[in-house]
Design a protein around this ligand. Structure first.
Ligand SMILES: NC(=O)N[C@@H](CC(=O)O)C(=O)O
Ligand SMILES: [Zn+2]
Ligand SMILES: [Zn+2]
Length: 428
């Protein structure tokens, strides 16, 4: 299958023809002598971006298919312009042994987009069999408990980082220090109002854990990547320690100001922060201190969320709304399209060593997203493809893709997710 995009606008503003052939980009420029293409798309100066790489999703299989499945999660990804996802290990069973990795691998054949599978660390992990598999990265390694209760102690963390360094695998870290959580917040909380989740898992607990993680990384020369960094102090500690870091859309677009309204639907780890910290996080995103945006797509059912703040599971969905939210900001001039491209595609490809992904250039995979920046619409949980059926961004404005291609095939046409799942493990 070959496709020719006529007059596409790249993130840097160039107007180009882009040709794909058998899953790869074969030409970017002024394609005149092209031969017949199976499909010609008149881009009409609409934006053509490299498909986003979401380095942090929880697609919940095996074990929690009531929340999400590879099929529904990857449909949500495709409709949001995400063409590669990286699944995290807090499934049931947790992905901490070679056998668990194999079980998840066979389920992932149901994915509409390409994927990576991370390995996790618990006291009974089996590093020998795990590192024998085509791991995407080690992590997220939990320095504090979150969904799945996979928090580990300092000694096991040091051992895990050492093993990862030997195997030349990046370590992604959930950096919160539980010793610094404010246990009195729970007692003070009268009505179960969402604000107190943020008071409980305090901002200070993040930077302290980031500092510890980068120190351990420096001892072994391991590549440390800080997951879902939620505070400017956390970003600064990552930068100072030579680690890379990611931020999530919910920490960029929501703050404690939204917590009361969201209730349990605004409970996640690390939690929403003050408006002041949210703005400082944006500044670091625009300035270049933040390396990537990843969603920490962590769906839970409405039923599971409909309980008290302290009993609800932590996590919010986000894989379908990341690019739309960022593109709306770019349309308003708050961030450039080039920066959006770098944060969502080029940088994750570099950090996690995906040499064929993350750029609209000759020789790269034809993972492409066509966007009409004028095509704004309200985000509605009902319209999204995640099995969970809700979004913390309800009512906000997004610019959604008109077309998503995964290795040259249309997986989303602006209305529906198309074709049978044909996602591939990016490490094979
Ligand atoms: N972020 C969350 O609040 N929850 C995540 C786990 C995690 O990333 O910590 C989940 O899997 O539900
Ligand atoms: Zn986490
Ligand atoms: Zn996570």
């Amino acid at each position: 299958m070959s496709t020719l995009f006529r007059d596409a606008r790249l993130a840097d503003g160039r107007i180009c023809d882009v040709r794909t052939e058998s899953g790869s980009i074969t030409d970017v420029g002024d394609v005149t002598d092209d031969g017949p293409a199976d499909r010609v798309v008149d881009a009409d100066e609409r934006l053509l971006l490299p498909g986003a790489i979401d380095a942090h999703v929880h697609f919940r299989e095996p074990g929690h298919s009531q929340k999400e499945t590879w099929r529904t999660g990857s449909s949500s990804a495709a409709a949001g312009g995400v063409t590669t996802v990286v699944d995290q290990p807090n499934t049931s069973p947790p992905t901490v042994t070679g056998d668990a990795f194999d079980e998840k691998s066979s389920l992932a054949a149901d994915s509409h987009v390409d994927y990576g599978i991370n390995g996790g660390v618990t006291p009974d992990w089996d590093p020998d069999s795990l590192f024998d598999r085509p791991l995407f990265a080690l992590g997220e390694v939990f320095l504090a408990d979150s969904t799945g209760d996979m928090g580990i102690d300092a000694d096991l963390f040091a051992e895990a980082v050492e093993r990862a360094a030997e195997a030349d695998v990046v370590v992604t870290v959930h950096a919160e220090d539980a010793d610094l959580f404010d246990e009195t917040a729970r007692e003070r909380d009268a009505g179960g109002v969402g604000r107190d989740w943020s008071q409980y898992r305090r901002a200070e607990a993040e930077a302290a854990a980031v500092e510890r993680a980068v120190e351990v990384g420096a001892e072994t020369d391991a590549a440390i990547h800080i997951a879902h960094t939620s505070t400017p102090e956390g970003v600064d500690a990552a930068v100072a320690g030579g680690a890379t870091c990611e931020v999530t859309p919910h920490h960029l677009f929501l703050s404690r100001e939204n917590a009361t309204e969201l209730g349990t639907y605004g409970r996640m780890n690390p939690p929403l922060r003050s408006e002041e910290r949210r703005e400082a996080l944006w500044q670091r995103l625009v300035d270049g201190d933040v390396d990537i945006v990843a969603t920490d797509h962590a769906p839970h059912t409405v039923e599971e969320k409909e309980t008290s703040l302290w009993d609800a599971p932590s996590g919010v969905p986000g894989v379908e709304t990341m690019l739309p939210l960022l593109l709306e900001r770019a349309r308003r001039g708050a961030i450039t399209y080039e920066r959006v491209r770098d944060l969502t595609a080029t940088n994750p490809a570099e950090i996690f060593d995906l040499p064929a992904k993350g750029r609209v250039a000759e020789g790269y995979d034809a993972d492409l997203v066509l966007v009409d920046p004028e095509d704004e619409r309200e985000i509605r949980g009902d319209d999204l493809h995640s099995k969970c059926g809700w979004t913390p961004f309800e009512g906000m404005i997004g610019v959604f893709p008109s077309l998503t291609l995964s290795r040259g095939e249309i997986v989303y046409d602006g209305e529906a997710v198309l074709g049978e799942p044909s996602g591939e493990n990016v490490r094979r």
